[in-house]
Design a protein around this ligand. Structure first.
Ligand code: ZN
Length: 256
């Protein structure tokens, strides 16, 4: 019989799992506040209504579950067969009756958390391939799901707020996004942002690049709370975010 507690022994992964599960609970709570008729309404993501978003988040749990199963068994099971298959499955699932979408959401989330729970401690470093083709230790699936559930809870558009996110989550999201921009800076000519997080102590984020306090013309100061900056950096609007000159910030580059 499988144990009923997490097998993982790495305290960092255990903490990450907690954040993912809190995010799932937050997302599920926002979803459960929607009536069946509300499912036909819009999300904060222009091109997806709630049906598509709810289908996507449920299918994402299934896809991540496949990676955890891959790590456990060694049998390669990709997240998706192809980008087209992923999109088709979302489109099809979005047509399901509301109760079936609710079941998809709940069951997929439970299956994933059970797979994480039962993954042996020594298997957490096993490598898998993400939907974007990156080879990562399976422990990365925890962060992949964490991002999805918290941010898409906001995208449901019924009151979820970045201001509800735990501080350590906001900090991890900002670090993740700055890292992604850094890696793409030269290829895409991205600006070198300095994020001045007004509710955090310390230097602006991004300031440690180059020698000391060197500034160049590519550098742009963007100022706001950690929640407002995360909303802006994830492409969800510039409320509460100003440039160093006190002007409205222009849209952030894409993250993923
Ligand atoms: Zn998503």
């Amino acid at each position: 019989m499988a144990a009923r507690t997490d097998q993982v022994t790495d305290p960092a992964i255990a903490a990450a799992l907690l954040l993912a599960r809190r995010g799932q609970a937050y997302y599920s709570r926002k979803l459960n506040e929607l009536s069946d008729a509300d499912f036909d309404g819009p999300t904060l993501l222009g091109d997806w209504d709630r049906r598509h978003l709810i289908a996507h988040v449920g299918l994402n749990a299934r896809a991540i579950t496949r990676l955890v199963e891959w790590a456990r068994t060694g049998v390669e099971t990709p997240m998706y067969a192809s980008p087209e298959q992923r999109a088709d499955e979302i489109d099809f699932s979005a047509t399901l009756p509301a109760h079936a979408l609710r079941n998809l959401s709940d069951h997929a989330a439970i299956h994933l958390t059970v797979e994480w729970r039962d993954l042996p401690a020594e298997a957490w470093t096993n490598e898998v391939r993400t939907g974007l083709g990156r080879i990562v230790p399976v422990s990365e699936t925890v962060w992949m799901r964490t991002r999805e559930v918290w941010i898409h809870a906001v995208d449901l558009g019924n009151g979820g707020r970045f201001e509800d996110f735990p501080p350590e989550l906001l900090d991890a999201l900002l670090a993740d996004i700055l890292g992604a921009w850094d890696r793409r800076r030269d290829a895409e000519g991205l600006p070198r942002y300095l994020l001045d997080v007004v509710d955090r102590d310390g230097d602006p984020l991004g300031a440690e690049t180059d020698a000391g306090s060197v500034r160049d013309e590519e550098e742009l100061v963007v100022r706001g709370t950690a929640a407002a900056l995360t909303r802006w950096a994830t492409g969800r609007g510039a409320d509460g975010v100003l440039t160093g000159r006190g002007e409205p910030a222009s849209p952030a580059p894409r993250w993923l």
